[in-house]
Design a protein around this ligand. Structure first.
Ligand SMILES: Nc1ncnc2c1ncn2[C@@H]1O[C@H](COP(=O)(O)OP(=O)(O)OP(=O)(O)O)[C@@H](O)[C@H]1O
Ligand SMILES: Nc1ncnc2c1ncn2[C@@H]1O[C@H](COP(=O)(O)OP(=O)(O)OP(=O)(O)O)[C@@H](O)[C@H]1O
Ligand SMILES: [Mg+2]
Ligand SMILES: [Mg+2]
Lengths: 271, 271
């Protein structure tokens, strides 16, 4: 069945939806059959990005792939337990439909601790956790000592992933590959960056993830949202009012994104 | 009673907790009696920032103000309606205690649409909404046309503030001052910035907020989190292992923060 890739981080604004969209399009460009599940039925950033893409394609009669996205509606039931059961049903229905049709299903989680996010984490083969270069973001993974920078203990989101791994081990004995990906990295702030990296290296061993350099802060990762495009599409959309003037930074961005895709270690593309 | 200042934006990671902490300390430095309410009982970024501050003060025997913070626990009740009632009780209890003791109560909301966030918005005299220079963030305020950049309609968060204003008008006929504050602004990306600004200017008129330049992306706004300090404290903490080597950027940051405080148009400081 499909490889399930979950974008997860209960810290808001770490870059889950942005990374989800860019991985989706990069994996599609490799020839994989991809689809998406959006667990944030209120913000719907990923669904909106793909709706914008469909509209752009229609308005410009251009032929570009638009992966299918299932938005999982949150339950409105008045009993918390009944609501959780209803949401589980909805997620599993979407998953069982897509698993047989795709090579990779990309699941975007909301920036908070929700029932749907927890269920999806337990279904993941790979969890990708984007993270700002910031001790504020790191606080969701671990408590850090302010003088020695030593790790004092795991925090909520690390515990949430641990729970998900426990569920998978019990359910089907399979492992979850957890990747922490730095995002919105700037070329400045060497000291703060070095400190964050040191903590991440220690935390990776202790909590069981691998971490990758990820994506720099680049306007190209967000300025195409309204058109539903990504830098992966830019060759095909030349002359459609999408500026080509960022070429140097685009090449760097392409390589950056390519390195993230390679770091996923997905099974080779089906023939 | 106290002026109620709510940091609100259901978009995650827009900078609510960072802005809450810096406004809290800047207002305290003006001689105002301040306190905080943290509505995010899971992430608790603001509460954690203040806990780190208390620990730093204790470990270094330095005398710095630590404003009181009430973290409002989310309800665990199994009925959604009963949970909402319990949360309302908790928030109103914290507010009534602090209103009589303070000049300003700063309330930090979570990055999602929650019952507590909605209740707090309806109690606000001022709502400050930080916003990244990004159409992804803007999508929570309004739907924007991808070719004309015209506003097609309000989105979830604009509607949420509208609801809060309606409640206040009915309850006590008072107005809510809504300020949208750009955050994490970079000096690059002139074209994307100009487009976002144009949409914000049009949206401000239509949806009823005023927008201010806000805060640039600066590592000083996040690298002091573990010590619980802000740039407002730096004179007092010289020689306590807190580097003074960012002086030029610090001066610019101080002025930036001061302009935000002035833009709040709060009543003059009590004698
Ligand atoms: N690498 C990047 N370069 C530039 N901007 C970025 C990058 N990654 C994310 N952004 C911007 O940062 C903001 C947050 O990103 P995004 O919405 O993808 O995060 P998220 O984790 O999905 O947030 P939420 O928790 O609200 O779902 C958005 O304005 C987005 O456009
Ligand atoms: N002006 C700024 N300069 C540099 N870094 C910033 C700035 N504002 C916020 N950040 C960083 O951006 C990230 C998000 O900020 P913050 O946690 O304050 O947002 P939030 O809106 O409270 O998020 P959430 O929705 O998760 O509550 C954090 O890593 C923070 O340190
Ligand atoms: Mg998102
Ligand atoms: Mg916050």
């Amino acid at each position: 069945g499909a490889h399930i890739l979950v974008l997860g981080n209960e810290k808001g604004g770490s870059g889950k939806s942005t990374t989800a969209m860019h991985l989706l399009m990069a994996l599609a460009a490799q020839g994989r059959r991809v689809a998406a599940i959006d667990l944030d039925s209120r913000q719907r950033s990923l669904s909106r990005y793909l709706e914008n893409r469909s509209r752009f394609i229609a308005d410009n009669s251009v032929s570009l792939e638009v992966p299918v996205v299932h938005t999982i509606a949150r339950s409105e039931l008045n009993s918390v337990d009944a609501a959780k059961a209803e949401e589980k049903e909805r997620l599993m229905a979407a998953l069982s439909e897509l698993r047989s049709l795709c090579d990779v299903v990309v699941i975007d989680s909301p920036g908070s601790d929700t029932n749907l996010a927890r269920l999806a984490h337990a279904q993941a083969d790979t969890i990708v956790t984007p993270l700002n270069d910031s001790f504020v973001d790191l606080d969701l993974l671990a408590r850090v000592n302010s003088t020695s920078y030593e790790i004092e203990g795991p925090s909520h989101y690390a515990e949430m992933v641990w729970e998900a791994r426990k569920h998978r081990a019990i359910a089907d004995r399979s492992q979850i590959d957890w990747i922490v990906m730095r995002n919105r990295v700037s070329s400045l702030n060497a000291r703060n960056k070095a400190r964050v990296e040191k903590v991440l290296a220690a935390l990776a061993k202790r909590v069981g993830f691998r971490f990758i350099p990820g994506l720099n802060e680049r306007v190209i990762y967000r300025e195409l949202f309204l058109k539903g495009l990504t830098l992966v599409d830019l060759k095909k959309t030349a002359g459609l009012g999408v500026s080509q003037s960022l070429t140097m930074s685009q090449v760097a961005a392409r390589n950056e994104l390519r390195r993230v895709v390679e770091a996923l270690n997905l099974p080779p593309v089906a023939e």
